[in-house]
Design a binder for this molecule. Structure first.
Ligand SMILES: CC(C)(COP(=O)(O)OP(=O)(O)OC[C@H]1O[C@@H](n2cnc3c(N)ncnc32)[C@H](O)[C@@H]1OP(=O)(O)O)[C@@H](O)C(=O)NCCC(=O)NCCS
Length: 171
């Protein structure tokens, strides 16, 4: 499936064209993740969750939302170094948060060791691992990095959830 969703960006002429990733993008996504210092494992398995920005036939930005039932896991947010600071990640993250809302996720989580300050812009806040919903806690990324004390776990709650009374913010 291929989708193309213009997303408003900073300047009036800046409209990154966001598309669903295809199998042809796998190697480019892997290269972008490696160049950005992020894990590049199982990209092909998670391809359905990826959105990309292509410029001149080249993938310059990507991001992924893994579906874990009631919650999502945002990961693999990366922008080519020479294209950073132009709103590409903002557009991709906004599109994936909209996807999470459409799916009815009550929360989106992420793990980061370098970009906590970036994600607070979207309303994410640090959360204790003990508060992470079980479906997300058992995901590959948490299994691999969840015990890493240098990674911050962050959450964006979309609505109040009775099992997680700290929710209710994040709109
Ligand atoms: C983090 C990243 C995805 C941001 O991409 P981007 O397209 O440059 O981001 P945007 O254009 O939407 O936003 C740029 C703003 O975010 C800020 N920003 C960028 N990276 C940041 C970080 N790690 N922490 C805090 N703020 C950050 C910039 O200073 C800029 O601020 P300004 O709006 O005040 O000028 C990109 O720097 C990147 O690929 N980093 C390496 C991979 C990574 O750390 N990914 C996140 C963890 S999954």
């Amino acid at each position: 499936m291929r989708q193309s969703t213009p997303v408003n960006q900073r300047g009036p002429s800046a409209q990154p064209e966001i598309a669903a990733a295809t199998a042809a993008d796998v190697e480019a996504i892997r290269a972008l993740l490696v160049a950005s210092g992020l894990a590049a494992d199982r990209v092909a398995d998670r391809l359905d969750g990826f959105l990309v920005v292509r410029e001149g036939g080249r993938v310059v930005a990507c991001a992924c939302l893994d579906d874990h039932g009631e919650a999502g896991l945002l990961r693999s947010v990366a922008v080519a170094p020479e294209r950073r600071g132009s709103g590409l990640a903002r557009a991709l993250v906004a599109a994936l948060l909209a996807r999470a809302r459409r799916r009815g996720h009550v929360a989106v989580y992420l793990l980061t060791s370098t970009a906590e300050g970036y994600f607070t812009r979207f309303g994410f806040r640090p959360v204790e691992r003990a508060r992470v919903r079980p479906a997300v806690l058992t995901s590959d990324q948490f299994a691999e990095r969840g015990g890493c004390t240098t990674s911050t776990v962050m959450v964006l709650e979309f609505a109040h959830h009775p099992d997680h009374p700290e929710g209710g913010t994040g709109r």
